[in-house]
Ligand binder design. Structure first.
Ligand SMILES: [Fe+2]
Length: 271
């Protein structure tokens, strides 16, 4: 079984991921030890001009490939990007789609919310043949308070990429609960590392693969960690099926109770 990671910040000096070449190589070594055989480098692209001026990403990625080969690291590397959502991107640019597949791209919403101005016309922002893969929906404020929003995005044609660490509790119990609810709803299509470093957000997938395999079955785990990521890299069609409706609103109630607790803390601190 080939573990394939379609979301990582392993290129140094371009974003908040790897801080230097030592960290990049350390992350790749960790991936190799974990059994990962393909990795897409997806540096944050925050604007159209970042995408148009892609020389720094391309040259550092080329150097990364050379250093990995020289070190004997047996991982196939690809270049893509994590695009911060905005009204226009030139999707024909090589870095716009994952591994330059001309079809699937990784898109990031602000962490706190899905802006109303974007939500209303999200699916008009890119040409019809392009499919958005939404990065870590389980960590988005709007989806945390109303997980059904994620199902609406899937019903409209988006794919969802959950972060491996979210399922393992790295980002807290509420993020884990929403990630699991999305899994139970057949609304997760890829699991990736979103690796940024060597300690907390690592370039590893095996532990999450084992967790998913145990909880949702080996077939599901292979689909999300291997089969779908492989198809994305190759730009092949993926049948994402229909998400199941949520069984209950317990998570929403949970998020309300958290907000109530936060409000009461503020009340206690007021004079
Ligand atoms: Fe990321």
């Amino acid at each position: 079984m080939k573990l394939i990671d379609t979301h990582s910040h392993i290129i140094p000096y371009v974003d908040d991921g790897a801080k230097d070449w030592d960290m990049s190589m350390g992350m790749l070594n960790a991936a190799a030890a974990d059994g990962i055989c393909e990795v897409v480098a997806t540096p944050h692209v925050l604007s159209e001009s970042d995408l148009l001026n892609d020389e720094k990403y391309v040259s550092r990625f080329t150097e990364l490939k050379k250093r990995a080969a020289d070190a004997g690291i047996n991982i196939k590397l690809h270049l893509g990007s994590e695009l911060y959502v905005q009204p226009y991107f030139d999707y024909r640019r090589p870095m716009a789609t994952l591994a330059n597949n001309g079809r699937y791209f990784l898109i990031e919403f602000p962490m706190s919310m899905i802006p109303g101005s974007i939500e209303a016309r999200f699916f008009t922002l890119f040409p019809p043949k392009y499919t958005p893969i939404i990065a870590h929906p389980e960590r988005n404020g709007t989806i945390l308070s109303k997980p059904r929003k994620a199902l609406e995005l899937v019903k409209n044609g988006a794919m969802l990429q959950v972060t491996a660490g979210s399922l393992l509790g790295v980002f807290g119990s509420q993020v884990k609960a929403v990630a699991e609810q999305l899994m139970n709803s057949n609304a997760v299509h890829i699991i990736a590392s979103d690796a940024h470093d060597l300690t907390r957000r690592t370039l590893t997938l095996r532990k999450a693969y084992d967790y998913v395999s145990k909880k949702w079955g080996a077939e599901k785990a292979e689909l999300l960690f291997s089969i779908n990521p492989d198809k994305v890299i190759k730009g092949e069609s993926i049948d994402i099926g229909e998400p199941f409706e949520f069984i209950d609103d317990s998570l929403r109630m949970h998020s309300h109770s958290i907000m109530d607790r936060v409000r009461s803390m503020f009340r206690q601190k007021s004079p």
